[in-house]
Design a protein around this ligand. Structure first.
Ligand SMILES: Nc1ncnc2c1ncn2[C@@H]1O[C@H](COP(=O)(O)OP(=O)(O)OP(=O)(O)O)[C@@H](O)[C@H]1O
Ligand SMILES: [Mg+2]
Length: 283
């Protein structure tokens, strides 16, 4: 199948009287990795929740294969769309293995509670996220990064065609960040998964996204291939931040160097450690 499986049309999302996303149109390309970037509070998590039907649109709709999410049975959605929220809360006292196993609920049938497929999916998900040795530990006792990998394992165990990941790399050390992003890419390439991920690191976003969506204040400012849209102007418009964008010497993807081109105004050696830098004469 080609085209767009998930589409947002004129999507307006509000919390009581506060509208966070207003009239947004967005297509999530099938079989691609889409990355959403944008400043804090611009509506990324809100959008992801609506794409996963955790939030009902105030106006407009999200369509899955052309059908409004509100018209699709919950179990069918749970077998098709997996959502990793930004700050999920585990049930108190639950162990890692039990939490990951919950990802299988949408696949279970009333006449068979637990199947060989369930067992395989859970084992594989725990191995791929490097949490197999934590299986019997209570989730509340894990470090932030370990916990994050357990949630990713649960989303993987759900084994859905569409994966919505809200900041999956938060709390992870750099090696585990790369591991998770590589895993996402492999799932996409080897199993044709369609992925939507929110990321804060623009350089990781540019490297891993096929399709990049830049949001600001509930609107899409630009979308497209990172090489086509990531410029210093875009970074300034979206984040209000000066930067220099150069081609990554290794991959050729856009590399965002944050901050204005900078040269020290004073010679470090001439700085008095107590008094600080001498006043610079006005130009
Ligand atoms: N449950 C809620 N009730 C009321 N307002 C909310 C709720 N969740 C989010 N908001 C508000 O909606 C706006 C968008 O929040 P959202 O969580 O979508 O931002 P975000 O882009 O994901 O930000 P971040 O990068 O910080 O995760 C914010 O102003 C936030 O305060
Ligand atoms: Mg968020």
């Amino acid at each position: 199948m080609t085209g767009n499986r998930l589409t947002a049309r004129d999507l307006t999302l509000s919390y009581e009287s506060r509208t966070v996303v207003d009239g947004l149109d967005l297509e999530i390309p099938q079989g691609k990795v889409t990355v959403v970037v944008g400043p804090n509070a611009c509506g990324k998590s809100t959008l992801l929740r609506a794409l996963g039907r955790l939030l009902k649109p105030r106006r407009g709709a999200v369509l899955l294969d052309g059908v409004e999410l509100s018209r699709i049975p919950t179990k069918q959605i749970a077998r098709t769309i997996g959502l990793l929220p930004q700050t999920p809360t585990p049930p108190e006292g639950i162990t890692v293995a039990d939490l990951v196993a919950r990802g299988r609920q949408p696949h279970q049938k009333w006449w068979q509670q637990w199947s060989g497929d369930d067992e395989r999916a859970v084992t594989e998900a725990m191995e791929r996220t490097d949490v197999a040795e934590l299986a019997e530990r209570p989730v509340d006792e894990l470090s932030g990064g370990q916990r994050q990998r357990v949630w990713i394992a649960m989303a993987l165990a759900q084994d859905t065609d569409l994966l919505l990941l809200d900041e999956p790399t938060t709390y992870l050390d750099i090696a585990h960040q790369v591991e998770v992003l590589d895993l996402v890419r492999r799932l996409n390439l080897e199993r044709a998964r369609t992925v939507v991920a929110v990321l804060h690191d623009l350089n990781q976003a540019a490297r891993y996204a096929d399709h990049l969506v830049a949001m600001k204040a509930g609107r899409v400012i630009a979308q497209g291939a990172p090489r086509d849209i990531v410029t210093a102007d875009l970074v300034r418009e979206v984040f209000g931040l000066a930067s220099v964008v150069v081609p990554d010497p290794v991959t050729g993807d856009p590399l965002v160097v944050p901050g204005a081109p900078w040269r020290p105004a004073v010679n470090r050696d001439s700085v008095d450690p107590v008094k600080g830098p001498a006043a610079t004469p006005a130009d």
